[in-house]
Design a protein around this ligand. Structure first.
Ligand SMILES: [Zn+2]
Length: 231
């Protein structure tokens, strides 16, 4: 894997309302952005730190039923990327949606440019968490991707219970925590569709796998996953 690049200051341009720009200072994010590049697990995109010939599957995917076909991300979840995602989700930096949205578009173009999708489905947020945050971060990114790629955005899933902050849980706990946490929403017309599932960060894949399970059960032909960052 190529070493990280762009270790200099990220000179971020505020992409929100010009009026807001006038009154609120633009935060400066420092650090590095590391692209998710091969070699990585052909299924979940888990990076492999070394030399390897040909496609491989990581031990996490080898021992589990994966309901999605592939998961990819634009960056590794570290440095300036981690900082930006964290600010977006937890510090009310809503304006970052445009920049993170551009990153996910770049990830799409690197990993899925030769593929066709029928719909873009964001990982849903539980209503209580939505009220707290004011927006669903995955849906905001999906909106950018949808408008840029010309693929319809479908709110096809709903979260049936609040699964808490997955980032605070261990690998095994995450998988049991999300079991049965999602249900279908919307029209339910998923039969024979090729779905692109969008989330902000992909770590163990437990959340997207459970979402993909629901969509496949509803008849989706395939589910691919794209995220801004791979944990
Ligand atoms: Zn894997």
């Amino acid at each position: 894997m190529r070493p990280c690049f762009d270790a200099a200051i990220l000179g971020l341009t505020r992409l929100g309302s010009p009026l807001l720009d006038l009154f609120f200072p633009v935060p400066e994010l420092r650090g590095e952005r590391c692209l998710l590049e091969e070699p990585f697990c052909e299924r979940c995109g888990h990076p492999y730190w070394g030399e390897i010939d040909g496609p491989f599957r990581c031990t996490n995917c080898g021992g589990r039923v994966c309901h999605y076909a592939k998961a990819r991300a634009q960056y590794l979840n570290r440095g300036a990327v981690r900082e930006a995602v964290h600010a977006f989700k937890y510090a009310g930096e809503y304006w970052l949606r445009r920049m993170l949205g551009e990153w996910i578009v770049e990830g799409f173009e690197r990993h899925y440019a030769d593929m066709a999708f029928d719909m873009i489905v964001p990982v849903p947020l539980h209503p209580s968490r939505f009220r707290w945050r004011g927006f669903n971060q995955a849906e905001e990114l999906a909106k950018v991707l949808s408008s840029r790629m010309g693929v319809p955005l479908v709110r096809g899933l709903r979260r049936l219970r609040d699964t808490g902050v997955q980032a605070a849980m261990g690998r095994r706990e995450r998988w049991t925590n999300v079991r049965g946490a999602f249900g279908l929403a919307g029209s339910g017309a998923y039969r024979d569709t090729r779905v692109l599932l969008v989330d902000d960060v992909f770590t163990t894949g437990s959340t997207v796998n459970e979402c993909a399970r629901q969509l496949r059960r509803a008849g989706a032909l395939s589910v691919h996953v794209i995220a801004v960052a791979r944990g």
